[in-house]
Design a protein around this ligand. Structure first.
Ligand code: PLP
Length: 419
């Protein structure tokens, strides 16, 4: 039984049985090079629990049909499961209506959808878009392309060397010209948690629309879109223990109902003729063609999975591992650790003196320890630090103390071999 502080500051009792949690993930039962694998790349993608895998199998075995189209019982069954998944996402995010949730391919598609269907019609030449230095490429490129196409100006809020946003600069960059502000909730490169509530409120003061990239936060931080007051929020299923190729976009009803389609085709129209076509209201307007039905249903199962464990308990477990891993890494010495902050996500980005990140990654791989080495789709962030990239270890709910120890032993061995 672990004691963790509740959100309100009081003490609540949460049981966390690491062995039981690990047993939910079949992949962790594998042997790699004859040993138990250590998976520390959850910031790239999370492993999938049995509940999600079983749900996908159940769909393909017993509910497999297209949605919203068939005049038969199987299609009704698939449609109910698909719409139930939408409802789960809506409740998970605290949306006002289920129709504010659009199923996408993931965070990247969600951001492209907003750039296309909101940015193109609603932004005018000379308008400004504000981002931060911490953004993943997928929260830079859609805006950069849009800016080139429409004559918009991109501005970037800087960070401190600590990896935290320079909040005064963010505020100063917000002007009456700022029409859209898009930022990550948690940096995938550093683990920094941004003060998004404050950022949204500041953006609202100048009348800017806000977009939250929740790709990294969705698996451990509660997201309540109505309390946050953001206009859009996007995430990917595969970073929330769910399937690949599916994600969700939350969009405030007021915007979605005014936005033109992103893609067009079947399932998103009310009437088609060669002269003119009419489109369905959201969310169908933004879900052209056959959607990833199994993916959406699997995402619903992933949400049930994390809710059963509890986000607060997940965060608390990950924080324990982060503290232990940070201390061990510092004790080892010869390491440059980025964003060594008291409160951050369980992501450690670092360089080992005299070594290249890819060599360290390869040495760890030989010892069945999976980390990421490289720029992590954050090239502008590493330009700020004037390094090409880092080694990144990210800890999730299925990691335990043994993983931290194995990782440190593997790092020490890598150091010996490489120096
Ligand atoms: N934003 C952040 C912060 C991310 O970490 C990622 C993935 O690493 C993305 C966006 C892109 O997510 P996806 O590739 O699932 O669309």
């Amino acid at each position: 039984m672990a004691e963790v502080a509740s959100e309100s500051g009081g003490e609540v009792s949460v049981s966390w049985n690491a062995a039981e949690v690990r047993a939910e993930f079949p992949q962790l039962g594998l042997k790699v090079n004859g040993v138990r694998p250590v998976y520390l790349d959850s910031a790239a993608t999370t492993l999938k629990p049995r509940a999600v895998i079983d749900r996908l199998q159940h769909f393909y075995s017993y509910e497999c049909a297209n949605v919203h189209r068939g005049a038969h019982w199987l299609s009704d069954r698939a449609t109910s499961a698909y719409e139930e998944a939408r409802q789960k996402v809506a409740r998970f995010l605290g949306a006002e209506r289920d129709s504010e949730i659009v199923f996408t391919r993931g965070t990247t598609e969600g951001l492209n959808l907003i750039a296309h269907s909101f940015g193109r019609p609603f932004l005018q030449p000379g308008d400004e878009i504000l981002l931060t230095q911490l953004e993943h490429h997928s929260n830079i490129l859609p805006w950069q392309l849009l800016a080139q196409e429409k004559g918009l100006k991109l501005k970037v809020a800087p960070i401190h060397p600590s990896g935290e946003l320079v909040e005064e600069e963010f505020e100063a960059l917000l002007t009456n010209q700022t029409k859209l502000v898009s930022f990550t909730h948690v940096s995938n490169g550093l683990g920094t948690i941004l003060p998004i509530q404050k950022m949204i409120q500041s953006a609202q003061k100048v009348g800017a629309v806000t977009v939250v990239d929740a790709a990294q936060s969705v698996s451990f931080l509660p997201l309540r879109v109505r309390d946050l007051g953001c206009d859009f929020l996007v995430f990917s299923g595969h970073k929330l223990f769910g399937p690949y190729g599916v994600g969700a976009l939350y969009g405030r009803h007021q915007w979605l109902e005014q936005m033109p389609p992103y893609q067009s085709g079947g399932s998103m129209i009310s009437k088609v003729s060669f002269a003119k076509s009419d489109f369905l209201p959201p969310p169908q307007r933004f879900e052209a063609g056959t959607p990833h039905i199994a993916g959406a249903i699997g995402l619903g199962a992933a949400i049930d999975f994390v809710q059963a464990l509890g986000l607060e308990a997940i965060e608390s477990h990950e924080q324990r591992l982060l503290t232990m891993a940070t201390e061990e890494l510092k004790q080892m010495g010869g390491v440059r650790l980025f964003a060594d902050l008291d409160h951050k996500a369980s992501i450690l980005s670092f360089l080992m003196e005299g070594t290249h990140p890819s060599d360290v990654g390869a040495m760890l791989d030989q010892q069945a320890v999976a980390v990421r080495a490289g720029h992590h789709c954050n090239q502008p962030l590493w330009d700020f630090y004037q390094v090409p990239g880092t080694v990144r270890a990210s800890f999730s709910l299925y990691n335990d103390e043994e993983d931290v120890e194995r990782w440190i032993v593997a790092l020490k061995k890598a150091k010996e071999m490489l120096l």
